[in-house]
Design a binder for this molecule. Sequence first.
Ligand code: ATP
Length: 273
Amino acid sequence: MNELTHVDEAAISGQPKMSPAVEPKIVARKVQVFYGENHAIKDVDVDIPANSVMSFIGPSGCGKSTFLRCLNRMNDTIDVCRVEGKIEIDHEDIYDAKVDPVQLRAKVGMVFQKPNPFPKSIFENVAYGPRIHGLARTKTDMEEIVVTALQKAGLFAEVKDRLDAPGTGLSGGQQQRLCIARAIAVSPEVILMDEPCSALDPIATAKVEELIDELRENYTIVIVTHSMQQAARVSQRTAFFHLGLLVEEGPTDNIFTNPHDKRTQDYITGRFG
Ligand SMILES: Nc1ncnc2c1ncn2[C@@H]1O[C@H](COP(=O)(O)OP(=O)(O)OP(=O)(O)O)[C@@H](O)[C@H]1O
């Protein structure tokens, strides 16, 4: 079997499974990350299927965010950080010298822990990316891109009468959906989310979770979360990290009800965290 072919262990264990024909969108092999002397990610192999949500869980400092940032080369912006190994998206090595990290980050968008709208209008927050990537030829094209992105992010109905108002004037949950609209506006294929709900109240969290569930129809989503309940609610697959190792990855139900590794078991039952 091709080393890069997705092996669905659920298929082997007789559990409900994703289509065996699904090709992974992202394939990581033997990924190592160092911050100077600190070996933060050790030998991580994972296949991330398209049009689904994968959660990264694990105790603080285990490397979830570091590994997430490898997937769109955000770690390139950290001087002391070195990444080794191979990560392919649609069979393309994203660390190849010919890959432009700016183009890569349009294809692999990112939403951060704290909503971070630009100090600009709601419209301009969403229009910014399409403008720098030259995606709209006319004003009408741009309006269509902005409206569509706001609709996909489930925000349009709430802001349609005040597109010129500052993005920073929205509630926290609305700001986070604005940031999701901003990521969507450049037509990404993958959306990385680093604890996107940790600054939100339960109602705003529920809205973002609903949105994540809708978005997976069109995007591949990878989310770092401290909340096991959130991982269980939003993701089809879950990966458990511990001390820089990816200990176990599989269908979310299996990880929470029948983990293979004692470290996963101890984490999900709250023995450490
Ligand atoms: N910018 C950085 N510079 C140096 N070391 C870093 C940097 N970011 C993370 N690290 C180190 O890498 C290791 C993994 O950190 P990381 O933030 O990826 O873990 P995490 O699982 O996402 O943690 P948390 O859940 O607390 O956000 C830690 O030892 C951390 O100190």
